[in-house]
Design a protein around this ligand. Structure first.
Ligand SMILES: Cc1cc2nc3c(=O)[nH]c(=O)nc-3n(C[C@H](O)[C@H](O)[C@H](O)COP(=O)(O)OP(=O)(O)OC[C@H]3O[C@@H](n4cnc5c(N)ncnc54)[C@H](O)[C@@H]3O)c2cc1C
Length: 457
């Protein structure tokens, strides 16, 4: 049972996708009153729930419902895109997953989203659909909609994604200067009933493995949800693609560089009629996620626009929601809102920046252009093949460390524990009963200066 806040706050969440609805649900559960304002509706494709995300979903009690709509991954298989040769594996050993106490799952974006909406509604969250926010007054804690409605709250949460309208209010113009990513990622959903009509594709409709085909300067990966969810990473050739999850377009083989892949994967992709490309702008991590008024905060892609279709987009949003809701369930007063928002920023920024860097590194690793670098990568994967298939206990320690260190850092992180640790350090000073205002101020100042010394922002 989640802890309940001692004082109820009113939150408006701008954007009702995964980050927004997860925040809304968790904050409402923590005893606050939440309104979600969403401009549209709709959903697409597959997402991954790594253990660091699954653990939080389980904590919220969503585990049994998630189990009904997800598939548990057992390994990642790397293949040569051109020949289909299996180059190597990353096996999710049972012993490791047990230690992480949560699974690596695949599911449809829409299934997770629908589940959160249902849970949020039954927890009492209010929703306003077809309501586009056009501006935010951070000092008044107010959002203004296209139809002219003015809605105010104690805290506005900007969960409005990649092209957030709330972000510039918090980050300022400096934070808007990104560079176009050299690759675009494309979502393609292939109906499994069509795949079953092809002998060489049937295996993919039952396998819990995540298959990655490494092509020349591009890559493709696929996993089973209800349908088969394919993502392709292809060079942009300098042209930005659309950036909307809602608009699919006819499949374009040339755009997808399909000729760089083996016939079986070409056939797989061609079974889909449409594709949804999402281009991506890479930003330096933003310095501020909280407006100086202490009334506006960013979460999800609005705060940390990660490469679309990575393994951790939804996970970082869920971690944001857990961090924010755990902070706002602490026995703190309304006057501590700014401190709690600063703590959220401090806890989330380094984690999200490291995850973004790791995601881009991994994407570039699977997309190496053919040449010496790619050959060295493939030789390394071939070399490690036999060791990767060994049982966890039989594998060499050095191999396990080299292979797993970065993943374990990502997977073992517990956003709830991070807040508990923060509270153990700062809670006694902040929550002391009848603490005079001057002492609250002094605890807050101490916390702020410790962040500055640590180079937080
Ligand atoms: C419809 C949809 C489908 C997606 N499908 C996939 C998928 O298949 N695979 C995948 O890996 N990722 C998908 N994503 C992205 C994924 O949701 C994010 O990467 C991440 O998991 C959560 O990000 P977010 O909630 O911060 O932002 P987003 O998911 O980008 O959501 C932002 C939300 O804010 C709303 N919004 C934006 N501006 C305004 C405004 N001015 N006023 C009101 N509302 C506003 C948008 O309509 C949207 O619902 C999808 C996103 C959307 C919106």
């Amino acid at each position: 049972m989640p802890r309940r806040a001692s004082q109820m706050l009113r939150f408006i969440v701008v954007g009702g996708s995964i980050a927004g609805v997860a925040c809304a649900y968790a904050l409402q559960q923590a005893g606050h009153q939440v309104l979600v304002v969403e401009q549209g509706d709709g959903s697409h494709g597959g997402i991954r729930s790594p253990p660091n995300m699954t653990r939080l979903l389980n904590h919220w009690g969503l585990g049994p419902a998630i189990a009904r709509v997800s598939i548990k991954a057992d390994r990642f298989t790397f293949m040569d895109g051109k020949s289909g040769e299996e180059l190597g594996f990353l096996v999710l050993h049972e012993k490791l997953m047990k230690a992480l106490a949560a699974d690596f799952l695949y599911m449809q974006h829409g299934a997770l989203h629908a589940m959160f909406v249902e849970y949020a509604k039954s927890a009492g969250v209010q929703f306003r659909y077809n309501t586009e926010v056009v501006s935010v007054d951070p000092w008044k804690g107010m959002v203004i909609t296209r139809k002219g409605a003015r809605l105010s709250a104690d805290v506005i949460i900007g969960a409005d994604g990649y092209r957030s309208v709330v972000r510039p209010v918090v980050v300022g113009p400096e934070g808007m200067k990104g560079v176009l990513d050299k690759r675009v990622s494309v979502n393609i959903t292939v109906p499994t009933d069509l795949m079953r009509q092809h002998k060489d594709l049937v295996k993919l409709t039952v396998s819990p493995e995540w298959s990655l085909w490494l092509g020349d300067d591009c890559a493709m990966h696929g996993l089973l949800t209800v349908q088969y969810a394919v993502v392709m990473h292809v060079p942009t050739d300098g042209k930005p693609a659309q950036n909307s999850w809602d608009r699919s377009q006819p499949l374009d083989e040339k755009f997808l560089k399909l000729d760089r892949f083996e016939p079986r994967t070409q056939k797989l992709v061609k079974l889909a009629q449409t594709m949804t490309p999402t281009s991506h702008t890479i930003y330096e991590p933003f310095d501020n996620w909280v407006h100086e008024s202490g009334k506006v905060v960013l979460v999800g892609e609005a705060a940390h626009p990660l490469m679309p279709n990575g393994s951790h987009n939804a996970a970082m949003s869920i971690e944001d929601a857990m961090t924010l809701s755990t902070l706002f369930s602490l026995p703190a007063a309304k006057s501590h809102t700014s401190i709690l928002l600063s703590a959220y920023e401090e806890l989330r920024q380094p984690r999200c920046a490291a995850t973004q860097a790791s995601e881009l590194r991994k994407r570039d690793f699977v997309c190496l252009p053919f040449g010496p670098g790619q050959q060295a990568r493939d030789d390394g994967l071939r070399d490690a093949r036999a060791r990767a298939l060994l049982d966890w206990d039989e594998a060499e320690e050095e191999f396990l460390r080299d292979t797993w260190e970065e993943y374990i850092d990502l997977f073992a992180f517990d956003a709830r524990e991070a807040v508990e640790d923060w509270w153990t350090k700062w809670g006694p000073a902040i929550s002391r009963p009848r603490m005079p205002d001057s002492r609250i101020e002094s605890a807050a100042r101490k916390f702020e200066s410790s962040r500055l010394e640590a180079g937080g922002f």
